[in-house]
Design a protein around this ligand. Structure first.
Ligand code: SAM
Length: 290
């Protein structure tokens, strides 16, 4: 490897050579802690037969670690100014492909089909831009992509929420969605000093292992997620008020559903377990059809 991409002087020299300046709006905080990328890559790549999808390679510090371990790495980068930088920093690897584009707009099913033929399995590994953490994670999960696990760095507070237990104070609608599709756990914390430029917040690496079979199966999945979003929309409201307002259902209907589900009328969404949310959704989706 020609460059030590964890060395601040080297990073500055490469960026200067290419006339690159950081874009705050694209969430560009590049990792310079030499321990973090190898640890993330070890988590993401179990064998040399695996394929890895990376989101936002930056100057390629994590990409290089993934390339050293995986059969193939495909990295999606939105900022076209980084393409010549990546051609230079990753020139030693012949198993990497940079896709220029917005991960939120790409057809990831087509991308995975096209790029990872011959790989034993595909995982996702990324230091995600903070401004799109939840949309990226939700896209990866909701589109039911054929990936086995997702190892990503996110803001520490987002990690706490994503890995919270459903039914706990930290839980939100995104927690329910994540736990629905995957088993989530926090791996390790990464301090703000591990990046250049240094962000105002700390980060954490989390791991999502995609469930092969859903742990809970509401009768109407679309209704379930609409109800969950409504229930959690205003954290100070009761689930009854949130669901009634968000789904435009009469309060009496929601109150009756809570009662049939054996739940108190004034319960807050954060107190509800996955099983209780599913039961409530099944009762309400039935009454919604009537
Ligand atoms: N992986 C590098 C690292 O760890 O140093 C860079 C991580 S930086 C937090 C996020 C990267 O995502 C940046 O390179 C940024 O340009 C890129 N990015 C931002 N929005 C994106 C999008 N919508 N699609 C793809 N890449 C994006």
């Amino acid at each position: 490897m020609r460059y030590n991409l964890s060395d601040l002087k080297t990073v500055r020299a490469i960026l200067e050579k290419h006339g690159f300046s950081f874009s705050k709006s694209l969430g560009q905080n590049f990792l310079i802690n030499p321990n973090v990328c190898p640890a993330m890559a070890e988590e993401a790549v179990a064998s040399g037969e695996d394929g890895v999808l990376e989101v936002g390679p930056g100057i390629g510090v994590l990409t290089a670690e993934l390339c050293a371990r995986a059969k193939k790495v495909v990295a999606v980068e939105l900022d076209r100014r980084l393409l010549p930088v990546l051609s230079e920093t990753l020139e030693d690897f012949d198993n990497v492909e940079i896709v220029s584009g917005d991960v939120l707009k790409l057809d990831l099913h087509a991308l995975l089909r096209e790029k990872f033929a011959g790989c034993r399995k595909v995982t996702v590994c990324a230091n995600l831009p903070y401004y799109i953490t939840s949309p990226v994670i939700m896209k990866l999960l909701e589109e039911k992509l054929p990936v086995e696990s997702i190892v990503v760095m996110v803001q520490k507070e987002a990690a706490d929420r994503l890995c919270a237990e459903v039914g706990s104070r930290e839980a939100g609608a995104v927690t329910v969605a994540v736990q629905y599709y995957a088993a989530a756990r926090a791996l390790f914390k990464v301090g703000r000093g591990s990046f250049v430029p240094s962000p105002k917040v700390d980060s954490a690496v989390i791991r999502l292992d995609i469930r092969k079979n859903a742990a809970f199966a509401p009768a109407d999945e679309t209704f379930f997620f609409r109800m969950v979003r409504a229930a959690f929309a205003q954290r100070r409201k009761t689930a009854l008020n949130g669901i009634s307002a968000g789904l435009a259902l009469p309060k009496e209907t929601v109150a009756a559903a809570l009662q049939s589900a054996g739940l108190p009328a004034d319960v807050r969404a954060e107190k509800l377990t996955m099983e209780q949310l599913c039961r409530l959704s099944d009762i309400l989706s039935e009454s919604d059809k009537e």
